[in-house]
Design a protein around this ligand. Structure first.
Ligand SMILES: Nc1ncnc2c1ncn2[C@@H]1O[C@H](COP(=O)(O)OP(=O)(O)OP(=O)(O)O)[C@@H](O)[C@H]1O
Length: 231
């Protein structure tokens, strides 16, 4: 479904990714891991088109989207939940969802209800401004907002970072449920145990390069991996 080949990305002169390869087959849940600052967010942004690729290709369903605009990628079926969720704080929960819904007029009418079924607590908060929600509720809103665009693949950047444990469990359950429905997921996650519970494939970045990749089962009891993640 997603194939990244020899991807190079830089911020001005500061080069951050050096020839990254990554594959996410249809229906897979790939966990992207690595210490702080190794380039995980940069990779997601380049897949989403928020940052340009200096070199390399991004294929989605076999189609070269390396130069496509973000909107075109959303229409092609990519959904993105950025780190720190980035909801619109002045808009209500309902308005946040509506804005996303309008960007994809062809999405089925039922998508909003399905997103709210995943996070029922949001139903009671529809009229509240997003800025007044807890961090965990905002994260749930950010995921719901990506889902109303009816993605076939979801990019999730550290959805559990800084979130209270009870909501982490709800988010983990939601990710598991989405994966079970066949959604392909690329998840950036720092907590190895959570990654092990959810992922079927993993990719570890170090200093902008892929240093390990494979089936999640290979991660269990692997001391080398724990060193790479500094856990
Ligand atoms: N806007 C920017 N301008 C310049 N350098 C940046 C910018 N954003 C990130 N970087 C640098 O790029 C490198 C990779 O950052 P990135 O956020 O992709 O890492 P990460 O693996 O997602 O880290 P974290 O786990 O802390 O989110 C870091 O060295 C960071 O300082």
């Amino acid at each position: 479904m997603l194939e990244v080949k020899d991807l190079h990305v830089a911020y001005g002169r500061a080069r951050v990714l050096f020839g990254v390869d990554l594959q996410a087959p249809p229906g897979s849940l790939v966990c992207l891991m690595g210490r702080n600052g190794v380039g995980k967010t940069t990779l997601l942004k380049a897949v989403m088109g928020v940052l340009p690729a200096r070199q390399g290709t991004v294929l989605f369903d076999g189609r070269d989207i390396t130069r496509a605009h973000v909107h075109a990628r959303v229409r092609a079926g990519l959904g993105y939940v950025p780190q720190g969720h980035e909801t619109f704080p002045q808009l209500t929960v309902a308005e946040n969802l509506q804005v996303a819904r309008e960007s994809t007029p062809k999405a089925r009418p039922g998508t909003l209800d399905e997103a709210l079924d995943l996070f029922p607590a949001l139903r009671g908060l529809l009229k509240r401004r997003a800025g007044f929600l807890s961090g965990g509720q905002q994260q749930q809103l950010a995921i719901a907002r990506a889902l109303v665009t009816e993605p076939r693949m979801l990019l999730l950047d550290e959805p559990t970072e800084g979130i209270q444990p009870s909501i982490v469990q709800e988010i983990e359950a939601a990710i598991r449920q989405l994966h079970a429905t066949g959604l392909t997921i690329l998840l950036v996650e720092q907590y190895l145990e959570l990654a092990l519970r959810l992922a079927d494939h993993f990719v570890i970045l170090d200093a902008g390069e892929v240093v390990r990749a494979g089936a999640a089962t290979e991660l269990h009891n692997d001391e080398g991996v724990r060193r790479l993640l500094a856990v």
